[in-house]
Design a protein around this ligand. Structure first.
Ligand code: ADP
Ligand code: MG
Length: 378
C-alpha cells in the first residue's frame, strides 16, 4: 500500500493536555501523598494522619491540623498555577516553603476524585468542596458545585479517591497495592523522621493499629528508633557541619579536643548539614538514604556515591549503611526551576559541599572504628 499522506494537525483538548501534565507530576499514590504532606507542613500542621485503601488507588486521605484554607479561596484551589506561596518571579529565590507552583492539587484533581474539607480558626464551621479537572464540581449530579458547610475540626482533610481512574496506562504501570502501600509508608516514615515534632500516623482503612505512628514531640534519634528499630538506632552516629564552622564540621566526639587546623572553605554560599548515620557495626544489604534538602525529600546520585565512598574501608564489601542527611543551603543556590518531578536536585558548589559532608562522616566513622578496635584489644 502507498505510504499515508500527512495527517491533519489538531489542537489537543485542554482537559487532555492537563491530564497528561498531571500524570507527569503525580506518578503514583506515594508521589501524590508527598505533595499533600508538604502542603500540610507548609500549613503549620503538628499532626498529620494518613489513611489508605488499596495502596492509595481507591482512597488516599490526609488529615492535618494546619491553618486551613479560606472559604473564598476554595473556588480556585484546584486550578493550575494557583498558590498562596509565590506571587512574583523573584519570590522563587527566597522560597522556603515546599510547594511553589500551585500544581499539586490541580494535578490530583485531573486524575482522581478530589474532596477537600477545611476549617480556619476564624471559621465557625468547616467547608467541603469537591473537584474534578481543576474546578469545583457538584458532590451529586444536578446539585450546585459551591462549597457546603459541614462539621469539622480546624485544619484540612484532603481525600483522593479513584486515583488514575481516567488514565488507564498510568494505572497499569503501577505495582500491586501492597507495593504502593509500602511506598506510602516509606514516604510517611521519612517525613516523620525529618519532622520529629510533628505527629504522623499512617494506616490502612479498617485496620485497628497504624503502621506508622509517631508522637508530636520527639527527637530525630527517637523517631529513627521508633520507625527503623533499636538494632539500627543503637549504632547511630551524629554529626553536624556547616560553611561557617572554622573546621568545617564538628562531630559529637570532636566537640572537645580540637586539633589541627584545616583550610577555610572556599564556599561562598552559606550551608549547614546534619546527619545521623550507622557505624561499622550495622550492615544492611541495601543503603537506606533519607536526603532532605531545604526540607524537601529529594534524591542526589552524587551525594549517594560520596556517602558510599565514605563507608569504603569501614564496612565490609556488600554491606550498606543507613544515612539520614538534612542539608540546608541558601535558597538562591538551589535550582528551583527544576521540574517538581525531578527529585534529583543540583545546587551551587555542589561538589565542594558534598565532599566536606562526606569527609566529616568518614572522620566520625574512622574515629568510631578505631575506638572499637581499641575496646576489643583491652
Ligand atoms: P502549592 O503548594 O505549590 O502552592 P498546591 O496545589 O499544592 O500548590 O496547593 C495550592 C494552595 O492550596 C496552597 O498554596 C495553599 O494555599 C493551599 N493548600 C493546599 N493544601 C493545604 C493544606 N493542607 N492546608 C492549608 N492550605 C493548603
Ligand atoms: Mg503544594
Amino acid at each position: 500500500p502507498p505510504p499515508p499522506g500527512p495527517r491533519p494537525i489538531r489542537r489537543l483538548q485542554e482537559s487532555v493536555i492537563n491530564r497528561i501534565a498531571a500524570g507527569e507530576i503525580i506518578h503514583r499514590p506515594a508521589s501524590a501523598l508527598k505533595e499533600l504532606i508538604e502542603n500540610s507542613l507548609d500549613a503549620g500542621a503538628t499532626s498529620i494522619k494518613v489513611t489508605v485503601k488499596d495502596g492509595g488507588l481507591k482512597l488516599l486521605q490526609i488529615q492535618d491540623n494546619g491553618c486551613g484554607i479560606r472559604k473564598d479561596d476554595l473556588p480556585i484551589l484546584a486550578e493550575r498555577f494557583t498558590t498562596s506561596k509565590l506571587s512574583t518571579f523573584s519570590d522563587l529565590k527566597r522560597l522556603t516553603t515546599y510547594g511553589f507552583r500551585g500544581e499539586a492539587l490541580a494535578s490530583i484533581s485531573y486524575v482522581s476524585n478530589l474532596t477537600v474539607v477545611t476549617k480556619t480558626k476564624a471559621d465557625t464551621c468547616a467547608w467541603k468542596a469537591c473537584y474534578s479537572d481543576g474546578a469545583l464540581t457538584p458532590a451529586k449530579a444536578g446539585t450546585p458545585a459551591d462549597p457546603k458547610p459541614c462539621a469539622g475540626n480546624d485544619g484540612t482533610t484532603i481525600t483522593v479517591e479513584n486515583l488514575f481512574y481516567n488514565t488507564p496506562t498510568r494505572l497499569s504501570a503501577l505495582r500491586g497495592s501492597s507495593e504502593e502501600y509500602a511506598r506510602i509508608v516509606d514516604v510517611v516514615s521519612k517525613y516523620a523522621i525529618h519532622n520529629p515534632t510533628v505527629s504522623f500516623t499512617c494506616k490502612k482503612v479498617g485496620t485497628p493499629s497504624p503502621d506508622v505512628s509517631t508522637p508530636s514531640s520527639s527527637t530525630t534519634g527517637q523517631a529513627i528508633r521508633l520507625l527503623y528499630g533499636q538494632t539500627l538506632a543503637k549504632e547511630l552516629l551524629h554529626v553536624t557541619a556547616s560553611s561557617t564552622d572554622k573546621k568545617g564540621a564538628k562531630t559529637d566526639e570532636q566537640l572537645d579536643g580540637e586539633d589541627e587546623d584545616e583550610d577555610m572553605s572556599e564556599d561562598t554560599e552559606a550551608w549547614s548539614a546534619e546527619a545521623h548515620f550507622t557505624n561499622a557495626n550495622y550492615q544492611a544489604k541495601k543503603m537506606t538514604l533519607l536526603l532532605f534538602i531545604n526540607h524537601r525529600l529529594v534524591e542526589s546520585s552524587r551525594i549517594k556515591r560520596a556517602l558510599e565512598a565514605a563507608y569504603n574501608g569501614v564496612l565490609a564489601k556488600g554491606a550498606s549503611p543507613f544515612v539520614y542527611l538534612s542539608l540546608q543551603i541558601d535558597p538562591r543556590s538551589v535550582d528551583v526551576n527544576v521540574h517538581p518531578t525531578k527529585k534529583e536536585v543540583h545546587f551551587l558548589n555542589e561538589d565542594a559541599i558534598i565532599e566536606r559532608i562526606a569527609d566529616v562522616i568518614q572522620q566520625a566513622l574512622i574515629g568510631q572504628s578505631q575506638s572499637r578496635v581499641y575496646e576489643y584489644q583491652t
